[in-house]
Design a protein around this ligand. Structure first.
Ligand code: NAD
Ligand code: ZN
Ligand code: ZN
Length: 383
């Protein structure tokens, strides 16, 4: 029986308000409008940013609209397409993208950035291009997170926020390329442009940081120092390429001084993958003064980062990365190919698999430091 053109009733994990656990609800997902695609979500990762929006909203962070369906690191299959959609059809395997690539705006046409602004304001406001969301629950509009909302069995996304991938890719693995792994890997290879035989420090060894370690290794770095306050992360970091690991709490001196001492003047590249302004300052100050490059991948809205002028004046560079610098529509399928050709690791990042109705447990294990990524299966009976 076709569902094209019909409202689909399905399950979603709804966030009714900041700080509250997600609640599994029956929701209604409207058909796609012009330039929109409705997808059946097969698997989704749970990213630190989902946690942050749920638990930090209002605590110094802008108030976001609720109720909300979180989730932005997913893979699925196209169920139906709206009018004027030319690049997708029913049955395509896809990864939804929180960062679009319209291919037409000034930024998409520039090789300098991946930061397409298509639908940007609406996405930040939790709605699609027409100012409304396609998900509702109990007669109430439910906002869409970053234009995706993958904690729902079906979702509707703009056709510029979706990329088609090869049909043989395992969706419960390549979903991680929708955010965390792509971000960290690209932070090293695209934004930092880590060089062969260089020295690197990666602060924070969650999915983003471990992927940055993997990117430093792929770029041929000679030394890769993993930094985390949770030593349980070190083993996996070594597996993915870290040559040494440091727990700042084992040292009396600030971590930047420890790293400068270890590397005889500072690392060539530092990547911040925590989202903590004090760690960002430490990352910058751990780089070599004449040419050190510090890339900020961690995300926070709550506080400013402090930068001493003298730390920049001598020649250090401070950069930020959004989605690892990848031009999303064109590059994500290539990352899928890299995974399929055993050039990029994903399985190592998946420490837990859970059904949708246990999604709160995924937040809990992420926050307690016991997981790297939990992959949620949206269709338990098919798992
Ligand atoms: N730039 C982007 O496009 C983008 C995309 C995805 C995620 N992010 C951000 O990247 C950050 C990391 O995401 P994640 O999913 O890997 O998170 P995570 O929670 O899995 O990992 C964070 C790691 O940082 C460690 N840590 C905490 N405080 C530390 C400190 N003071 N020093 C060293 N390590 C410390 C934790 O122990 C943990 O291992 C978050 O801020 C997230 O919002 C940014
Ligand atoms: Zn994310
Ligand atoms: Zn664009």
């Amino acid at each position: 029986m076709t569902t094209t053109g019909q409202v689909i009733r399905c399950k979603a994990a709804v966030a009714w308000g900041p700080g509250k656990p997600l609640s599994i609800e029956d929701v209604e997902v409207a058909p796609p409008k012009a330039h929109e695609v409705r997808i059946k979500v097969v698997a989704t990762g749970v990213c630190h940013t989902d946690w942050e929006f749920l638990f930090e909203t209002g605590k110094g962070m802008k108030i976001r609209p609720f109720p909300l369906v979180l989730g932005h690191e997913a893979a699925g299959v196209v169920e139906s397409v709206g009018p004027e959609v030319t690049k997708f059809s029913t049955g395509d395997t896809v990864i939804p993208l929180f960062l679009p690539q319209c291919g037409e705006c000034e930024r998409c046409l520039s090789p300098k950035t991946n930061h397409c602004r298509k639908n940007w304001a609406n996405t930040q406001a939790g709605v699609l291009a027409d100012g409304t969301s396609r998900i509702s629950c109990k007669g109430q509009q439910v906002f869409q997170f970053l234009g995706v909302s993958s904690f729902c069995q079906y979702t509707v996304v703009p056709d510029t926020s979706l990329t088609k991938i090869r049909s043989d890719a395992p969706l419960d693995k390549v979903c991680l390329l929708g955010c965390g792994v792509s971000t960290g890997y690209g932070a090293a290879v695209n934004t930092g442009k880590v060089e062969r035989d260089s020295s690197c420090a990666v602060f924070g060894l969650g999915a983003v940081g471990l992927a940055a370690v993997m990117g430093c290794r792929a770029a041929g770095a000679k030394s890769i120092i993993g930094v985390d306050i949770n030593p349980h992360k070190f083993e996996k970091a070594r597996t993915l390429g870290a040559t040494e690991c440091v727990d700042p709490r084992d040292h009396a001196k600030p971590i930047q001084e420890v790293l400068v001492g270890m590397t005889d003047g500072g690392v060539d590249f530092a990547l911040e993958c925590v989202g903590n302004p004090a760690v960002m300052t430490a990352a910058l100050e751990s780089t070599a003064d004449a040419w050190g490059v510090c890339v900020i991948a961690g995300w926070t809205e709550t506080e400013a980062m402090s930068v001493k002028v003298e730390k920049i004046l001598m020649g250090r560079t401070l950069k930020g990365t959004y989605f690892g610098g990848w031009k999303s529509v064109q590059d994500v399928p290539k990352l899928v190919d890299e995974y399929m050709n055993n050039k990029l690791e994903l399985d190592e990042f998946i420490t837990h698999n859970l059904p949708l109705d246990q999604i709160n447990e995924a937040f809990h294990t992420l926050q307690s430091g016991n997981s790297i990524r939990t992959v949620i299966s949206l269709w338990q009976e098919e798992a």
